[in-house]
Design a protein around this ligand. Structure first.
Ligand code: HEC
Length: 291
């Protein structure tokens, strides 16, 4: 077995074990029949609701609430904070210390200092730990927006993402570890398990899939994969909270009835490498709005 395959299997069999335990515990709460995505009657029949939503989103994006979080992130970036009383201005997002322009669309990438492939959120957390002295375990306690609480990394990722607005996605595949991350990400994407025997591909590996009124992007194709980038980080009108792509992926693991991967884990960076490379060449419009 190749070492890549082994890594995916080890990561996922760990997940599967926890999964089995979780299923045993939550069997009663899980509906008997899986909400398997349905094929649309005709590919051009984008639902009227979806079309209305698109119009609404266009209007909203002119004065996007995401910009508030970009501004908050910009402030946090410059402030001296944490036990080391340092700012993040020396944080290297891959293009050199402090270089923000275009960094987001060139992530995930391999970082020699950490000897890891890292996505934007993981790298920002790494900088908060190494430069500012925050503890990763503290940041991981409640990493996603909830109620009125928006964790600092969410605002920081939104700020960093905004610095790549209008740029082409160009996630690198030069370093062998970046290619390995892509492969592992692909295997995770296609890995079927859990009580419903779903993989990401079950819901996102075919054109024209939909759950209720939600169109599901085919993330395995160049055309569809942009959905994993566009509008993320996103202000979600459902609940009115700002969310990063890590949140979106964790929520999909939950929908898949898999246990959620640990915050800023390799699993998420691998998966994001797969999604970003699939979207390479397309233009990123910046943080946005999501339903
Ligand atoms: C049970 C079906 C299901 C499974 C399995 C699933 N997802 Fe999703 N996914 C959804 C739904 C529903 C949405 C929200 C679509 C919307 O809001 O329009 C979504 C949204 C997304 C988005 C954001 C797309 C956008 O347009 O913003 C990404 C990226 C994504 N999923 C990735 C994944 C990955 C990676 C996996 C595997 C870990 C996965 N999903 C598994 C149902 C699923």
């Amino acid at each position: 077995m190749s070492s890549i395959k082994l890594r995916a299997v080890v990561a996922l069999s760990g997940l599967a074990l926890v999964c089995a335990a979780q299923v045993a515990r939550s069997e009663a709460a899980v509906p008997k029949k899986a909400a398997a995505p349905a094929k649309k009657a005709a590919p051009e029949s984008k639902s009227a609701i979806a079309a209305e939503f698109e119009k609404f989103r266009d209007i909203m994006e002119d004065a996007s609430p995401a910009e508030l979080f970009e501004a908050k992130g910009a402030e946090l970036w410059k402030q001296k904070r944490g036990p080391k009383n340092a700012s993040l201005e020396k944080c290297d997002l891959g293009l050199g210390p402090g270089v923000l322009k275009g960094a987001y669309v060139r992530l995930p990438r391999y970082f020699a200092d950490a000897d890891q492939v890292m996505d934007a959120e993981r790298r920002i957390v790494y900088c908060m730990v190494t430069l500012q002295g925050f503890k990763e375990s503290d940041l991981a306690k409640q990493p996603f927006s909830k109620g009125s609480h928006v964790p600092d990394p969410v605002s920081l990722v939104t700020f960093v993402a905004g610095q790549s607005r209008g740029m082409k996605i160009a996630a690198p595949q030069k370093h062998p570890r970046e290619r390995e991350a892509y492969k592992v990400g692909e295997e995770i994407f296609d890995y079927r398990a859990g009580p419903w025997d779903f993989s990401c591909a079950t819901c996102h590996g075919d054109e024209g899939l939909r759950i209720r009124t939600q169109d599901l992007p085919d993330l395995s194709t160049k055309k569809g994969a942009i959905a994993a980038f566009q509008g993320w980080p996103g202000y979600r009108m459902t609940g009115g909270l700002m969310h990063t792509l890590q949140w979106r992926l964790n929520d999909c693991f939950r929908q898949q009835r898999f246990p959620e991967p640990a915050y800023v884990s390799q699993t998420l960076s691998d998966l994001m490498t797969y999604l970003a490379v699939n979207a390479n060449g397309q233009v990123y419009k910046g943080p946005g709005i999501k339903r």
